[in-house]
Design a protein around this ligand. Structure first.
Ligand code: AP5
Length: 215
């Protein structure tokens, strides 16, 4: 099974993708996580990507496509994957079709997490992430036991620079202009597209998401 988790910034794609990966053994591929790792490692790709990410803009398609192609090629005989944050433009969606046709791994479903803008701005203002293990918390809905300390590995938690309200607004605009048309692209094709309200408790969203996948 190969799934695309779609939705605006902060809709819960990463949270739901992690839960789904843990219960199914599917591999989660998050382009945002891959880019943040490259930024942390100070690679040339990371240095180029950082200025786009900090400004809430999309990283150029050719950079992302190189990253995704390499990651998909390394998947070997794993059960399948969950794409989180990719594709985000029409050229990315078309290029993904070509890559997956070559790999003979079609997309089974597109799951769209729907959350309104006000909830997103509030949510992202309360997001804290672990620099060590990548765990994600939220001061309003899913706080760590000790403020700014990861429950899982004890490392310090940080807030993402692109979660500042002005940058979140820009990310929402970019989503509407460049990413929302990708959903229409899939709606016109043969892959099933399901919309799930993401503005509910995390476990309820996961329950529906699994139901949509027949799990
Ligand atoms: P990326 O990391 O992909 O950011 P995003 O899509 O904006 O998504 P987020 O990670 O902000 O949110 P999410 O939907 O995963 O929500 P989460 O589960 O964390 O990309 C970052 C940047 O990288 C982009 O701006 C761009 O520059 C670049 N980039 C990445 N991919 C690219 C691509 N394909 N092309 C070009 N550029 C690309 O949840 C958010 C918070 O809410 C957390 O605190 C969580 O605990 C909480 N939460 C989750 N679910 C719920 C719930 N149900 N109720 C209450 N709180 C909840």
């Amino acid at each position: 099974m190969n799934v695309i988790l779609f939705g605006p910034p902060g809709a819960g794609k990463g949270t739901q993708g992690d839960l789904l990966a843990a219960s199914t053994g599917l591999r989660k591929i998050s382009t945002g996580d891959l880019l943040r790792e490259a930024v942390r490692d100070g690679t040339p790709l990371g240095q180029e990507a950082k200025r786009y990410m900090d400004a809430g803009e999309l990283v150029p398609d050719q950079v992302i496509l190189g990253l995704v192609k390499e990651t998909l090629a390394a998947i070997g005989n794993e059960k399948g994957f969950i794409l989180d944050g990719f594709p985000r433009t029409l050229p990315q969606a078309r290029a993904l079709d070509v890559m997956l046709a070559e790999l003979k791994r079609p997309i089974s479903a597109v799951l769209m997490l729907d959350v309104d803008d006000d909830s997103i701005v509030k949510r992202l203002g309360g997001r804290w992430s672990c620099q060590q293990c990548g765990a994600v918390y939220n001061q309003f809905s899913d706080p760590p036991k000790k403020p700014a300390v990861c429950d899982k590995c004890g490392y310090g938690l940080v807030q993402r620079k692109d979660d500042e309200p002005a940058t979140v607004q820009r990310r929402l605009d970019v989503y509407r202009q460049q990413t929302a048309p990708v959903l229409e692209y899939y709606r016109k094709g043969v892959t099933p597209v399901h919309t799930i309200s993401g503005d509910r408790p995390i476990d309820d969203v996961q329950f529906d998401l699994r139901r949509m996948l027949g799990l």
